[in-house]
Design a protein around this ligand. Structure first.
Ligand code: COA
Length: 265
């Protein structure tokens, strides 16, 4: 069952399929380039979805069959001063909103995934790519560098040598190469991308939302702290699970040899 969300956005489509919300960047004529409006609407929609207990997982994708997101809207760069650009970037960040979003976010990458598009995918928790997708950080070709977390998140995900090469050459790589680098979790034939993504999203959506939230937080600590701090945070977050009904339900269901019914309490 699919239903449109009540609120409408200029640059986004938002629909619900049971416990999954699908956010589609809807500027196909501009290859879904991220302009200021898209970033603002993206952050606003996440705020709305965060408070909706019926939404367990968010999928982000691009409209049309060409692009996931072809990067920041380059037209907006023209004539912008350093201070203007800084103010834009210090404003509410869509990348940070995804990073700290308390539910899993999956990037369903259906085409060009470049620059800020690749950075947005990197801020997501899982990246599922079509065989037709391509990836790159081509900012260097414009005389600039990645500014949406690319130098940091790409490096943490695939390692300094590979990230350095992508960022210094601006080279575009295909989906299989991205998979080999560990940049994406799965590469799927284009006509099966949506079905496979929904299958994974639904599998995650069955879990306890509390455990999902704490698991996301714990995993993210790994690349932001040393091992001792990370292990300590993990213990705290693990122990926090014991305050939930879902933990009691999960353990009881196992012992009673039945499927758990997690309520998010
Ligand atoms: N910002 C603004 N507009 C963009 C854009 C971007 N990042 N990417 C594409 N577009 C626009 C094009 O300017 C064009 O607009 P127009 O029809 O008004 O001329 C339209 O989207 C279609 O792009 P086009 O280049 O004709 O499509 P394509 O399918 O042949 O090529 C790309 C697609 C993505 C390879 C190519 O558009 C591209 O290289 N884009 C820029 C990628 C980039 O450098 N991103 C990092 C930005 S920091």
């Amino acid at each position: 069952m699919s239903q449109a969300m009540p609120q409408s956005y200029e640059t986004l489509l938002v629909e619900r399929r049971e416990r999954i919300a699908i956010v589609t960047i809807n500027r196909p004529e501009k290859r879904n380039a991220l302009n200021i409006k898209t970033r603002e609407e993206g952050a606003a929609v996440l705020e709305q979805l965060q408070d909706d207990d019926d939404v367990r997982v968010v999928v982000i994708t691009g409209a049309g069959d060409k692009a996931f997101i072809a990067g920041a809207d380059i037209a907006e760069f023209a004539g912008r001063t350093a201070l203007m650009q800084r103010a834009v970037m210090l404003g509410r960040s869509l990348f940070t909103a995804i990073d700290v979003f308390p539910k899993p976010v999956i990037a369903m990458i259906n085409g060009y995934c470049l620059g800020g598009g690749c950075e947005l995918a990197l801020a997501c928790d899982l990246r599922i790519a079509s065989e037709a997708a391509s990836f790159g950080q081509p900012e260097i070709n414009l005389g600039i560098i990645p500014g949406g977390g690319g130098t940091q998140r790409l490096t943490r995900l695939i390692g300094e040598g590979k990230a350095m090469e992508m960022i210094l050459t601006g080279e575009i790589i295909d989906a299989q190469t991205a998979f080999n680098l560990g940049l994406v979790n799965h590469v799927i034939p284009a006509d099966q991308l949506a079905a496979k993504t929904m299958e994974i999203a639904n599998r995650i959506a069955e879990k306890s939302p509390i455990a999902l939230r704490l698991a996301k937080e714990a995993v993210k600590v790994a690349s932001r702290s040393n091992l001792d701090e990370g292990l300590r945070r993990e213990v705290d977050l693990f122990a926090l699970c014991f305050s939930s009904d879902d933990k009691n339900e999960g353990v009881r269901a196992f012992l009673e040899k039945r499927r758990p019914n997690f309520t998010g309490k």
